[in-house]
Design a binder for this molecule. Structure first.
Ligand code: ZN
Length: 626
């Protein structure tokens, strides 16, 4: 059995890794003040960024849901890795050779997920190599006919699965993968006489997650005697969830977050993604065997960062299925601050055919044809009505009003009321009334289930939750009294900049008792820390007793009010001094009230006066210090 990774290596790999690079693969991060970055939280659904990262500290914290930790915690949570896997992945990334305790070698990758990643990666490599093999004519012809040369295939990692039942599984078995691993990765299927290759006689596209790791495959049928579907994907596995993968996102994400405006283009297939990227639309992605849904939208939103001012452009086939997809996407994007558009190519060509017939420039100009999603959907709705008849116009009004009623922004909604009025040839006031009626109908519809379940839910919570959950103390919920503000700022400064103070000053300030119990819990953890150790502040936070750990995480990530690092260090010094002074002043006040109660010439009286003189001297020394 492999031993644990030695702690020194765990620390070293962490110190050599910029947490912002790792988190940045999942979340678009923007600078947010001194030493801090911000983005949309990948652990809860949110519209404005409250997920903070401090690269210098190596720590992240979400002010919305309270998730926090270091780079290993992040990888464990986001990719469901074990601790060892997280360290191994980061070590591999920087080419660092890990050492294991008790003479163990690298852990044989027995834990499920790491093996599944490895199997997918090995399969992708093998499929790629097969595309060059003599038997892969059909695959190369398919790509060539669509305008993709060997360079294009290599860029997207396109491969070929030969005909036959066991070519791939034999190749991967020879590499040490077990039957169960291949099954769990969805690479083979279980038949009555054993397992067989899932993908046979097909062109293969590796589907990668946002960080570029292969999690599954999409495969296109090539041969007439193949009874399977035209497109076949990896089944749902622990790595591959079709509602959560977007083909091309790993290649597109950088340009999506950097574009002006930030834009993502959603196309319908693998060859469309390839055509768009090759033509210069490098922000194109596609869903894999399912419609664009809420989870896709959340992933795109995180990559875009804040979605205000961003654009989502859908290209759909103008056929019935494409129209249905548009109406569905419309429903999914309603809550977006990003503007959504639909682009339909001339003659209803998809991007792949468009590039083939008219070239790269025509694909790029597809973006010029985009119309707002609302307009597109209204037009689709109206198509079914004969606007020449009174009945047709009445039906069209009702149907179109339902769409317009879903627009939340008042100004935009008013604009579309006029669009709808023009399309149907009706009075704008009449349209406005119809939209209001549709909004009321939608509202009544939404409230129904809530009303129905309101009572039982309340009863259950009253009887089944005897103890109130521990209240999460947040920075924002702290009282704004001078004492608490001083304690808050002082412990925040010590956590963030304590390692830049003189050790004696740090120790002394951290030893002063606080009055607020939550802040005092954080202070105690700081006082027990060694600020000269790398990563000390993250450790201090994790050693804070509950329910105050998340407050500590906030204090470590919150924006310290300062112009720059040096200013922040100077402020922390001043705050450290103030908490010490406050303790001295407290003692002085106690002594002054005592001095009146004891005889001046008694031993007690002399001792009190001596201590008072000491306190004054100490106070003066502190004030004189730089
Ligand atoms: Zn969160």
């Amino acid at each position: 059995m492999a031993g644990r990774i030695v702690q020194a290596d765990v620390d070293e790999v962490k110190s050599r890794t910029n947490i912002a690079d790792i988190i940045g693969e999942h979340v678009a991060l923007k600078s947010a003040g001194v030493g801090s970055m911000k983005g949309l939280c990948p652990f809860h659904d949110e519209r404005s960024p409250s997920f903070n990262v401090r690269p210098q500290v190596g720590f992240y914290h979400c002010f919305g849901c309270g998730e926090s930790g270091d780079v290993y915690t992040f990888l464990r949570k986001i990719d469901h890795l074990s601790f060892t896997e997280a360290v191994e992945r980061l070590a591999g990334r920087i080419g660092y050779a890990l050492h294991y305790e008790a003479g163990g070698g690298p852990a044989p990758e027995t834990s499920g997920r790491a093996r599944l990643y490895a199997a997918n990666s090995a399969a992708a490599e093998w499929f790629r190599s097969q595309l060059m093999a003599p038997g892969a004519d059909a695959g190369r012809r398919f790509l060539g006919e669509r305008g993709f040369d060997a360079g294009a295939a290599a860029h997207f990692g396109v491969g070929y699965a030969p005909q036959g039942w066991s070519n791939m599984s034999e190749a991967l078995t020879a590499q040490g993968f077990t039957r169960d691993e291949l099954l769990a990765a969805g690479l083979v299927s279980q038949g009555q006489r054993g397992v067989y290759d899932r993908f046979r006689g097909r062109v293969i596209w590796p589907i990668r997650d946002v960080t570029g790791q292969t999690v599954g495959f999409g495969a296109r049928r090539l041969f007439d005697d193949d009874n399977g579907p035209k497109y076949l994907n990896t089944p749902e596995t622990t790595l591959y969830r079709k509602t959560q993968v977007l083909y091309g996102l790993d290649l597109a994400k950088r340009d999506i977050s950097r574009g002006d405006p930030r834009r993502v283009v959603v196309v319908e297939g693998y060859t469309d993604v390839m055509a768009c990227h090759l033509a210069g639309i490098t922000t194109a992605v596609a869903t894999c065997g399912t419609a664009f849904g809420t989870e896709h939208m959340n992933i795109v939103r995180r990559v875009m960062g804040d979605d205000t001012g961003a654009e989502v452009v859908f290209t759909f086939d103008p056929d019935a299925a494409g129209q249905k997809a548009a109406v569905r996407a419309f429903a999914e994007t309603r809550g977006l601050k990003a503007q959504s558009f639909v682009a339909v190519a001339p003659e209803g060509l998809d991007p792949c055919d468009l590039r083939l017939k008219r070239g790269d420039a025509a694909v790029r100009s597809l973006m010029d044809t985009k119309v707002p999603m609302f307009e597109f959907v209204i037009d689709q709705r109206l198509k079914g009505f004969d606007l020449a008849t009174v009945e047709g116009r009445a039906g069209a009004l009702r149907s179109g009003a339902e769409v317009v009623a879903g627009i939340r922004d008042d100004t935009i909604r008013a604009g579309y009321e006029r669009v709808l009025a023009r399309r149907i040839g009706m009075d704008p006031d009449e349209v406005r009334r119809a939209v209001r009626a549709a909004a009321r109908r939608a509202e009544a519809h939404q409230d129904e289930p809530a009303r129905r379940f309101a009572t039982p839910v309340a009863d259950a919570s009253a009887t089944e939750q005897p103890a109130a959950p521990l209240e999460r103390v947040t920075v924002a919920s702290l009282p704004a009294t001078p004492d608490v503000v001083l304690e808050r700022d002082a412990v925040m400064g010590l956590l963030q900049y304590g390692h830049r103070l003189e050790r004696a000053q740090f120790d002394r300030a951290a030893a002063q008792p606080f009055r607020h119990p939550a802040l005092d819990a954080v202070r105690q953890a700081v006082a027990a820390s060694d600020p000269e150790r790398a990563g000390w502040s993250v450790e201090a936070v994790s050693s804070v007793r509950e329910p105050y750990r998340s407050l500590a995480a906030e204090l470590l990530t919150a924006q310290f009010p300062a112009r720059d690092d040096d200013h922040a260090v100077a402020s922390t010094r001043a705050l450290a001094k103030r908490v010490v002074l406050r303790t001295l002043d407290d003692e002085k006040r106690d002594l002054l009230s005592a001095v009146q109660r004891v005889a001046a010439d008694s031993d007690g009286g002399r001792a009190v006066r001596l201590r008072l003189r000491e306190l004054d001297a100490e106070r003066q020394r502190l004030l004189d210090e730089e």
